[in-house]
Each structure stands twice: as C-alpha cells, then as structure tokens.
Design a protein around this ligand. Sequence first.
Ligand code: FMN
Length: 401
Amino acid sequence: MKTSLLIFMCLFSVPFLKAQNKMKDEHSTVKVLVLFNTVNGGTYKMAQEIAAGIEDFPGAKAILKQVPRIKPLENEMKQPFASVPYANISELTAYDAIAFGSAVHFGNMSADMRYFLDQSVNIWTSRKLEGIPATVFMSAGSGAGREAAILSFWNTLAIHGMMIVPTGIMGTSEIDKSIPQGNTAFGASSLAGIPNSIRPSKGELHVARLQGYALAKAAKGHQLTNSLTGQTSGLTRQVSPITDKDQKINITETKLKELNISLPKAPAPVGNYKPYRVSGKLVFINQIALNNGKVDHPGLIEKEVTEEQARLATRQTLLNVLAVLKEAAGGNLDNVKQAVQLTGYFYTPAGYTKHAVLMNEASNLLVQLMGEKGMHTRATVGASSLPMNSSVEIQAIFELE
Ligand SMILES: Cc1cc2nc3c(=O)[nH]c(=O)nc-3n(C[C@H](O)[C@H](O)[C@H](O)COP(=O)(O)O)c2cc1C
C-alpha cells in the first residue's frame, strides 16, 4: 500500500510532470506549412524540395498547400499540382512555421499571393503569427528582380512579427557555379527561363532543401522556447499597459525655461481670504507686487516710482498671479485652457493716462508664455492708493481645462 502511494506521488509530482512535458516537447512534431502559388509548376517543384528539406529535420512534418486563385487556371486539373489543396487564411495560425513561395512577377510576389496575404489583417492585429518562423522561396524566369521579389514578402512577414529565416550563403559552396543558379542570400529561387537547361537545377534544389531544413530547425527552437516560457504565441513577455503621461512635455514649463523665468513662491494671503477661488472652470486671482514678503517698487507712479520701476512691479505682480494659477491648476500650467481677463490697477496721480503702457508689461509676458491661450480681455484703472503701498495690483481670471 505504502509503496503504491509513493509511486503515485512520484508519478504526479510537479517536477515529474514538468520533465514529462519537456520530453513531450522535445519529441513532438513541428508542423510546417509550405504555401505556394504557381502557374507553370516551377514554384511547385521548389515547394516540394522545401518540403523534403523540412522533413529532413527529425520530427518535422511538411504540409503543402496552394493559395486560392483570383482567376481559375485553365487546364488546372491536368497540372501536377492539381491535387494540392487550397489553404484558407485562418489556418495560417495552425502551424509552427510557414514557407511562402510564388513566381517572380515583375520583381514582386504574384498577385494571387498578395491577395491572399492581404486577408490576414485580423491575424496580424491579434499578433497570432508573431514569432513564428517564416521563409521565402521563388521561381523566376531570367531571375530579374528575384531578390526584390523575395523581399516583397519580407515586408509583410515583418509586419506580422514573424521570424524570417534567410538562406545566407548556405549550400553555395556545393553548387555548380559554371551555370547560372537562382540562389540568393534571402531565399532559394529557380531560374526557369534559362534556355536549354533543366530547372530547377540540382544546385537550386539543393539550396531549397537546406532552406526547408533551416526553417524546421527554427520552428523546433521556437516550439521549445515557448514551452520553456509557458507561452503559446508571441515574442514579448506579459507587460502592463505603458502610458506616456509622465513623459509628456510640459509646454508652459518649457517656455518659462526658454524665457529664463522662474516663478516665485505663490504669496500667502495676508488676511481672511484665499489666494484663488475656482468657480466652475474659472479661476479668480488677485495679486500685488509682493516679492519675498516685501513689495517691489512701492509708491505713487511718476512721483516716487519711475515708469520703468512700475513696469518691473507689474511684471512681478503677473509672476505672482502665475504662481498662484499654477497651484490652482494642480501644479501644471498646461492644465490652463486660456486666460480670460486681466484688470490692472495702478497707483497713479490724478490725470495719469499711460496705464495701458504699464499694463502691456503683463499682457505681453502672458502671451509670450502661453501664446494664443494667453490672449485676454483687459481693463486698466488708476487708483489713489493700493494695498501695502504697491504701485500695481492685478485681478486675473483664467479658465482651466
Ligand atoms: C506577369 C509576369 C511577370 C513576370 N516577371 C518576372 C520578373 O520580373 N523576373 C523574372 O525573372 N521572371 C518574371 N516572370 C517569369 C516567371 O517568374 C517565371 O516564369 C516563373 O518560373 C513562373 O513560375 P511558376 O512556374 O511557378 O508559375 C514573370 C512572369 C509573368 C507571367
């Protein structure tokens, strides 16, 4: 009884099951689709050799299929490839790897192949082919543009996130270089249009076969890696959504830096009131020319304070307004939708008329900083006195986002 319990525990313990799964993966078949389009059969011959190369790899199985035709082929039933079934687009996700092949048509893949691949949008957006090894082979006439034709597949495969298996220079040292050969570094091809020669040549078939083997090997590697990571598809690990919120450029802060302005600390209220009040989306602010607890350039304009000093006081007052506004906007001036209205009060003698010139200091700075958002309506008023003997006071209304 005890012995049988022990055997049962050993059999079903986690490490044992994991080891069993690993062994299963090591010996499980890799299913590789060889998907082609042909008119004269040249690509079919290459496809058969690719398939043979796939099956050279232990445990790999090749499945040959054609892409459906846009226009039926005359005498198709008499062609050697007539018995090869047509694929449907949704089955692309059912394989461990795919070899794509077509005739070279004007330096491109064939229209049938293009039309077929264009139906894979849903597969693409659900990332079902991501990480799946893929390779491309072709049949050409003279060979003109055959590399570009292979690369025309690569664009699509890359967009799917497939792992493209190229041929590099594999097999080239073994092939007969005294005749033109179709091999490329991107994939095998055949030069079916070379007169007086049997095509595909032995050399072209040799490279195609090695290419099939290489694809099956990559498929096996992918299968084993998936089993190690416990993934069924995709190349990436599980990640949570990334937001660029923290990295968003703060336009107003950037502009402040450009203008070499650092905002003062928002002055604390000196009475029973708030530095700002938000009502709906509007913010109401009033400030004088306080700077570190003291008023900048206090006194009557033109008598105790020059116009230049009054302008500096106006600038300081607007900076105080902005410092308070930043607090009201949750610490980010980019949250301000627009300036609405500025009212400037100036401590001026009777008959003074140049309030607007002084207030321009504030208006210009605001527009420089916020651009169109900083445009506002404006009023300027002369006052016979202002709090703390300040030469200027600004009331401001802004709208928040
Ligand atoms: C519309 C069309 C365009 C072609 N363009 C090229 C080409 O750009 N370069 C080339 O080498 N062969 C070109 N060919 C020749 C075919 O690639 C060649 O005949 C090929 O072997 C056909 O493959 P298949 O036997 O699988 O149908 C073209 C053939 C057709 C019908």
